[in-house]
Write a protein that binds this ligand. Structure first.
Ligand code: URA
Length: 427
């Protein structure tokens, strides 16, 4: 096997064979292909791309680097349980997994949600849930199955044997400027979701300043690539393209996003979070054979909240424990009368990150209490001197830089502009 030949073939724009892809991915995972060789190949892929067939072969090679879980035999009360999952490409204030997972589970669908931790300005679901006292993300495969059967929902960290090639590749891409490639992103996400063993999947592909994909045409191509990969692997996959030019809801951070999710599970919460939660729930329920139900019902009648409490308790969390509160808060006030015409997702995400909500390297600790809460959304009237955003942190020294980022996120104008637009751009 000749890794240099593979690098040169891609450098010259030729398609790689299934065998070449299988060898190079397996060889990188077990150390026969050196990181500098894989770095060169990744950069060639960034420039030359990969065909749909190559992307599918790359995805299969990453799945085959580890175990493939199987939940097709789950039963409850003698009846088979259908599985459905959601994946978001990541955004600011994106806490949708928190209300969505127990909501869908409350209709008797099992949700095996293997989640990640945040890196950079986008938050991670596990980091948010870890602000709940006692809750733990690391479950064994047996614990996952038990939670899925008994509660119907599990949100946990992927085990080390799930697509290990992706884990190693992602770490390399992160430090070699090779993250931004549609075939690499699509295969990375789909290898983990296919290996996770869900029967159906809805993808929330974010578009806008706070997302990987800044343009809708790129987001559409990513979504189409992932839907095709899911279909090829027998996973019933749909995708929504959703707006991430402004952050979701009213908060970005860890405990603050859990608090907002509890509002949604209690039948309230910000309109955009509710809209997106319900739209994604409908996709999952349809795919899992429950098109007959209206997911709004279980947000109103408390069943989704019951499911949340069971899900948190099953992973050692205390659903009644108060959430941690920050040692310091800092308010940013409007410097003029008018309307909020823009709140930039990337800048809000950076402010939350600077306050301690996110990490700059894998393995860094994050602060449970750090985050940003905003008191107006685009289209709202604002008055000079009234609070627009509140920064939360345990580390006072972070406030100055975070405040500068947060001030930069705000755009005020004389007209309300495009208020109340749907987050959902395309299906
Ligand atoms: N998320 C992933 O899991 N992989 C990528 O490549 C990008 C985002």
């Amino acid at each position: 096997f000749d890794p240099v030949g593979v690098i040169l073939a891609k450098k010259e724009g030729r398609d790689l064979s299934r065998e070449q892809i299988r060898e190079v991915v397996a060889g990188f995972t077990d150390g026969r292909v050196a990181p500098e060789q894989m770095s060169a190949l990744l950069m060639a892929i960034v420039f030359r791309g990969m065909s749909r067939r190559e992307t599918a072969d790359w995805t299969t090679a990453m799945i085959d680097s580890g175990v493939r879980m199987d939940f097709s035999d789950l039963v409850r009360d003698g009846r088979p349980l259908r599985t459905a999952d959601k994946h978001s490409t990541g955004g600011v204030g994106d806490k949708i997994t928190l209300p969505l997972t127990p909501l869908v589970a409350s209709y008797g669908v099992a949700v095996p949600q293997l989640s990640g931790r945040g890196l950079g300005h986008t938050g991670g679901t596990l980091d948010k849930l870890e602000s709940i006292p006692g809750w733990r993300a690391d479950l064994t495969a047996a614990e996952m199955r038990r939670s899925l059967t008994e509660v119907g929902a599990v949100v946990c960290a992927a085990t080390a044997d799930l697509a290990p090639a992706d884990r190693k590749l992602y770490a390399l891409r992160d430090v070699t400027g090779t993250v931004a490639s549609i075939p690499l992103i699509a295969s990375s996400i789909m290898s983990k979701k296919i290996a996770e063993g869900t029967a159906s999947l809805v993808l929330d592909v974010k578009v806008g300043s706070g997302a990987f994909m800044k343009e809708i045409s790129e987001a559409r191509e990513l979504a189409e690539t992932m839907v095709a990969l899911g279909g090829d692997a027998g996973v019933d996959t749909t995708a929504l393209l959703t707006d991430m030019s402004t952050p979701l809801g009213r908060s970005a951070g860890n405990a603050v996003e859990v608090a907002e999710s509890l509002e949604v599970l209690g039948g309230g919460g910000p309109g955009d979070v509710v809209e997106l939660t319900l739209a994604l729930a409908r996709e999952m329920l349809d795919a899992a054979g429950r098109p007959d139900v209206d997911p709004a019902d279980n947000l109103r009648n408390g069943r989704a909240m019951d499911s949340w409490r069971a899900m948190i308790a099953a992973q050692g969390g205390d659903p009644d424990a108060p959430l941690p509160t920050p040692l310091h808060t800092h308010e940013i006030r409007a410097d003029a009368d008018g309307y909020l015409t823009g709140l930039d997702a990337l800048a809000v995400g950076q402010a939350a990150w600077l306050l301690g909500a996110g990490r700059s390297r894998p393995g860094d600790r994050v602060s449970a209490t750090a985050g940003v809460v905003w008191h107006a959304v685009v289209g709202d009237r604002v008055r000079r001197g009234r609070p627009l955003l509140t920064l939360h942190t345990d580390d006072e020294s972070t406030i100055e830089r975070a405040a500068a980022a947060a001030v930069g996120a705000v755009e005020l104008g004389a007209d309300p502009g495009s208020a109340g637009r749907s987050r959902i751009l395309e299906r």
